[in-house]
Design a protein around this ligand. Structure first.
Ligand code: ADP
Ligand code: ZN
Length: 624
């Protein structure tokens, strides 16, 4: 059946533009026709309705939640062109490419184009054939871009990554603050601001600075149930990462590191263990960086060790895992980074390593770099540290932070799968607290642990701490456990860390009650072995469990996709993403009618790529 048949002689666009005002129903038809999806994700429908009604709209949705659709679908069903302001050239290119693959007329304007290309875009814009135009804020505000736009019919302005407008946020871009002027010069049209950063200050800044008029605000749930959450204390990190990557040979993954140097060190180490990994950071030559990025996106390089400079501009849907080598600065950044995993909706894993020392180094960096906002940033860092050390459901902590009303335990984070075991820790607590008292509250956590375990370090030698009564009293408890217990004492308000005294531990009044035997302390244990075992098995939440046969077909379809992508010079996922291929390997469609039912197969892609995939499936069935 010709997929165009249902729209008669007229194209889909002509058909829907005939209706007097664009409707949600038309948007839903466009979702199926262009993108091959049957249903809106949560909130998408309401948001699209708001934009179509002409209201200014603010959208807060987690990374991978499906924000782009909220302006792309209105753009498709309205007359004229939507203007999309996006901060990164690479991201723009990817989005435009993905739209074109779905048969949508989209283009971008940026400094990487030559005069001829720009002229072409301007012509398309003037004759009204473009549905979406992407532009960077710098470009928008420079030269005669505004004049060019004034000659076109712009129907809405979408501001992507809108948190860049806020000096309080973590990616401030000064040009963003001038964007309200753009609407003034382009006339009356709705503005939609989108971000994955939810805190209230940023939200208020967005509304004020863009001068949004009585905006509709949509805060979608920040839950990404397909992301598995796991945290481990940061010991033997490299060995653990090597094991991890070896167990996941065909998967794409990112390891985020704090410094450029550590990305290089780690990628070297991984390579020496036979893992195909590269480093990525802003200090590398542009050519090296884009080659790493491209190979990663094209599934040719499975592992990238990167600073957080990596990823913001990458639209790769099948990243299967994200590891943080160090504690990140705040939960916003962390959630954005892990959000890069599993954007295709398939199960994905996240692993965070942390230590008290990570927190300490970050606090110093913050205090040095931003003395003015240091208090705010340090309190954000503390919430991050709390996520790492909590003994309760991690998803609940995360989602509560982002303002979700999430009261259950998620059942599939590491804590829920392997709940900590409480025990009477009064004696251990007394030991640790007396160690602090006998050293006049001058020592930090590492030295306290050394004293308890009776091991020497220079500070202990110089200060003569080996002579105090507590020295070696807690020898039978492992180093790792002592750190874990002391962190719990901090969380329970028995110890305080004094950042102005080189992170010395101080006793609180409650600690004195414990020392005098007036108060008992409950601590929790966690079994390391079990934890690693749990993590190395399949993630708890797999969308489709592919059986042997389906798995075989899936691998064949992946191969086909890779070779097609190579000959086109494009990343594989622009053809179909992993979830689409999974669905194909289960339902095994061999004709256009059933192929069209697969999520992610729109009319354009069916025409473009349907045949080779159906042939591969038929071959597979006959051979079997
Ligand atoms: P965000 O911009 O919020 O990070 P995207 O807009 O890139 O997320 O969407 C993430 C993924 O979800 C994309 O692969 C997109 O095609 C897919 N997606 C979006 N909306 C839907 C939908 N209604 N049904 C199925 N998949 C969707
Ligand atoms: Zn949980």
């Amino acid at each position: 059946m010709d997929p165009r048949a249902s729209y008669g002689a007229k194209s889909f666009l002509e058909q829907i533009e005939l209706t007097t005002s664009p409707t949600l129903t038309a948007a839903k038809e466009a979702l199926k026709h262009y993108f091959g999806y049957s249903d809106f994700r949560p909130m998408q429908g309401e948001i699209i309705e708001s934009v179509l009604s002409g209201r200014d709209t603010v959208v807060l949705m987690p990374t991978g939640g499906g924000k782009s659709m909220c302006f792309q679908l209105p753009a498709l069903v309205m007359r004229g062109t939507a203007l999309v302001v996006s901060p990164l050239i690479s991201l723009m290119k990817d989005q435009v490419e993905a739209l074109r693959q779905n048969g949508i007329k989209a283009a971008y304007l940026n400094s990487s184009q030559d005069g001829l290309e720009q002229r072409q875009v301007e012509d398309d814009l003037a004759n009204g054939s473009l549905k979406l135009l992407y532009v960077s804020p710098e470009r928008l505000l420079s030269g005669d871009t505004i004049r060019v736009l004034q000659r076109a019919r712009i129907n809405l302005i979408a501001i992507d990554e809108a948190h860049c407008i806020s000096a309080w946020g973590h990616d401030f871009r000064p040009e963003y603050t001038k964007l309200s002027l753009v609407r003034d010069s382009l006339g009356d049209m709705p503005m939609v601001a989108l971000t994955a950063t939810a805190d209230k200050t940023t939200r208020r800044d967005i509304v004020q600075q863009l001068d949004l008029q009585d905006p509709n605000l949509f805060v979608s749930s920040f839950d990404r149930p397909n992301l598995n959450l796991e945290v481990r204390p940061g010991r033997d990190r490299i060995k653990q990462i090597v094991d991890w990557a070896k167990r996941r040979p065909d998967q794409s993954g990112i390891v985020y590191c704090l410094s450029r140097k550590s990305t290089e060190m780690l990628s070297q180490k991984l390579k020496s263990k036979g893992i195909n990994a590269e480093a990525y950071h802003a200090g590398l030559h542009e050519r090296v960086r884009s080659s790493v990025q491209e190979r990663f996106v094209r599934d040719e390089l499975p592992v990238v060790c990167a600073t957080i400079a990596f990823g913001m501009g990458i639209d790769k849907s099948n990243v299967r895992w994200v590891i943080h080598y160090n504690l990140p600065k705040n939960l916003e950044g962390f959630y954005q980074e892990i959000g890069r995993a599993g954007r295709d909706g398939g199960a994905a894993e996240t692993l965070l390593f942390y230590s008290w020392n990570d927190r300490k180094i970050l606090a110093e960096i913050i205090a040095d770099n931003n003395p003015k906002t240091a208090d705010l940033q340090i309190s954000k860092l503390d919430r991050m540290y709390q996520y790492a050390t909590t003994v309760h459901c991690r998803r609940r902590l995360l989602l509560t932070y982002f303002g979700d009303d999430y009261r259950e335990n998620c059942g599939h984070c590491d804590i829920c799968r392997n709940p900590p075991k409480p025990f009477d820790g009064t004696r251990l607590a007394q030991m640790a607290l007396s160690g602090v008292a006998r050293t006049d509250q001058r020592i930090g956590q590492p030295t306290l642990v050394s004293i308890l375990r009776g091991t020497q370090n220079p500070e202990i030698a110089v200060m003569g701490y080996a002579d105090i009564k507590t020295f070696g009293a807690g020898r039978e408890v492992s180093l790792r456990d002592w750190h874990f217990y002391i962190e719990q004492l901090i969380h329970q308000g028995l110890l305080e860390v004094a950042p102005d005294k080189r992170n010395a531990l101080h006793l609180t009044p409650a600690a004195e009650e414990v020392l005098f035997g007036e108060r008992s302390v409950e601590l929790v244990k966690r079994e390391v072995k079990e934890e690693i075992k749990a993590a190395s098995t399949k993630p708890a939440l797999t969308r489709h469990k592919l059986s042997g046969q389906n798995q075989e077909l899936f691998q064949r379809l992946r191969k086909l996709r890779l070779s097609m992508a190579r000959s086109m010079g494009k990343p594989p996922y622009v053809i179909f993403n992993d979830t689409t291929l999974e669905e194909m390997s289960i339902l095994q469609p061999t004709d256009s009618g059933s192929m069209k039912l697969i999520s992610g197969v729109g009319d354009h892609k069916l025409r473009q790529y349907g045949d080779p995939f159906m042939k591969e499936i038929r071959d597979f069935i006959y051979e079997g």
